[in-house]
Design a protein around this ligand. Structure first.
Ligand code: ATP
Ligand code: MG
Length: 413
């Protein structure tokens, strides 16, 4: 046996299969290094592990008995850049040891299966048997050990995988779904507009999955929006942290802007003009933190402010790319994803968002930019933006979920 020289039973290890990272060319090592660092950060709370890469697989080996492998496994399933997570048991590279390991380690899987097959892979090309010979030898013995489970090489209930690698053989059953995508931090930085709804946590997650490092902006309009609405948004951000890494939420005071719009602009443009302010303020925050794009949860045609013309009028105030990963998705698809991410139950809590505070009865769905600009001319846009920016509060949510607050005056709460 390899690293288990004494009588201690071998410890289960995690094999993380790389996703799209393997398609990278010259800069692949940049992606792999980032991924290793992200994995390491995600599993830190679960004990001391050794982490290393071999042949497009990241190995995660517990270094001490009290490591929480279940916890580490679940955490690895939330690391973008990993296509699949496999729990495996190492053993000696002999048929005998492999059969014995499969028999005991996968006993539950065998009990639930009617048919099985063995699939072998050899990363160690000096191994004396080829994959087919090894699968046949191991499969034959397992068929004897489990007479009620028949061999079916075409459509088995259970596939027993044997990987012959440098140090050891690894035996495992089915792999678990990984988060996919690219490692966070490889795709630049963006500001994501996070409301309390269903959509924006999903759009944030989708961009983080493409490797984007996010900071959040949230607009609040007290007393029209409540403290509970703000808590809900922070809770959503907290639920995104295991996927995105630590997050800063910039909370922007929006009451005065909304009241000014209501006082001075035609009702049918309320939402559009408000959304243009959201873009301006988000772009200003992006500039402060050197982010290169904005992200929203807009989906074409979902509401009046998300028609093609409305989106055009909204984004006309910024030069930054506005990324809208939900643009072509149906609500049911968005809801399905939000359940998978884990934000759905929080999103449907019934607190007011500032968007729903002053909604026009007949919003314009076919706006003309020049007309919206003319309507906006009644406002001192620059002064309103500057004032709101001076009142931004920052909430930092760390990987362990703890929060620190920085008030506009620069003091910590
Ligand atoms: P819902 O799931 O109810 O549609 P939503 O978050 O998508 O929620 P919309 O009114 O559709 O709400 O707003 C479109 C987008 O604008 C949001 O996805 C979000 O990116 C941004 N947005 C809306 N309200 C806010 C807010 N209060 N703070 C920050 N961003 C917001
Ligand atoms: Mg929406």
């Amino acid at each position: 046996m390899t690293n288990h020289t004494n009588d201690a039973p071998p410890r289960e290890i995690l094999l993380l299969k790389l996703g799209e990272v393997v398609l990278k060319g010259l800069n692949r090592s940049v992606f792999e290094d980032k991924l290793l660092a992200n994995v390491s950060r995600h599993i830190r709370p679960f004990g001391r592990f050794q982490i290393y890469t071999r042949q497009s697989t990241i190995y995660v080996e517990a270094l001490e008995e009290r490591c929480d492998v279940d916890g580490a496994c679940a955490a690895c399933q939330q690391v973008f850049g990993i296509a699949a997570v496999v729990r495996a048991l190492p053993c000696e590279k002999t048929v005998e040891a492999i059969v014995e390991t499969a028999r005991t380690y996968l006993a539950e899987e065998f009990a639930a299966a009617r048919t099985f097959k063995v699939e072998s892979k050899r990363a160690d090309k000096r191994y004396p048997m080829n994959s087919i010979q090894l699968s046949q030898a191991v499969g034959g013995e397992l068929a004897d050990a489990f007479p009620d489970v028949a061999v079916d090489v075409h459509n088995p209930d259970l596939t027993v995988c044997v990987e012959i690698r440098e140090k050891a053989a690894y035996v495992h059953g089915p792999s678990l779904e990984g988060a996919g995508g690219l490692p966070v931090g490889t795709g630049g930085k963006a500001i994501s507009l996070l409301s309390g709804g269903i959509d924006s946590p999903v759009s944030s997650w989708m961009m983080a999955r493409r490797g984007v490092w996010l900071e959040m902006v949230h607009f609040e309009s007290p007393p029209y929006t409540s403290q509970q609405a703000q808590d809900k948004v922070l809770e959503l951000a907290k639920q995104l942290v295991p996927w995105c890494g630590q997050l800063v939420v910039h909370i922007v005071p929006f009451t005065e802007i909304q009241e000014e719009i209501r006082r001075s602009c035609p009702e049918m443009y309320f939402t559009l003009i408000m959304r243009r302010f959201m873009m301006r303020l988000s772009a200003a925050v992006a500039k402060r933190v050197k982010a290169g794009a904005l992200v929203t949860g807009e989906s074409l045609g979902q509401v009046a402010s998300q028609t093609m013309l409305s989106l055009g009028v909204t984004e006309a105030v910024t030069d930054l790319p506005v990324l809208r990963p939900l643009i072509g998705m149906d609500k049911v698809e968005i809801i399905r994803l939000s359940r998978r991410i884990g934000t759905y139950e929080t999103s449907i809590l019934p607190y007011e968002d500032c968007c729903t505070v002053f909604t026009p009865r007949h919003p314009c769905t076919r706006p003309v930019l020049a007309e919206v600009e003319a309507a906006e001319a009644a406002l001192d846009v620059e002064a309103l933006v500057a004032k709101a920016l001076s009142g931004v509060k920052q909430v930092r949510i760390k990987a362990d979920g703890t929060m620190t607050v920085r008030t506009p005056a620069g003091t910590n709460e």
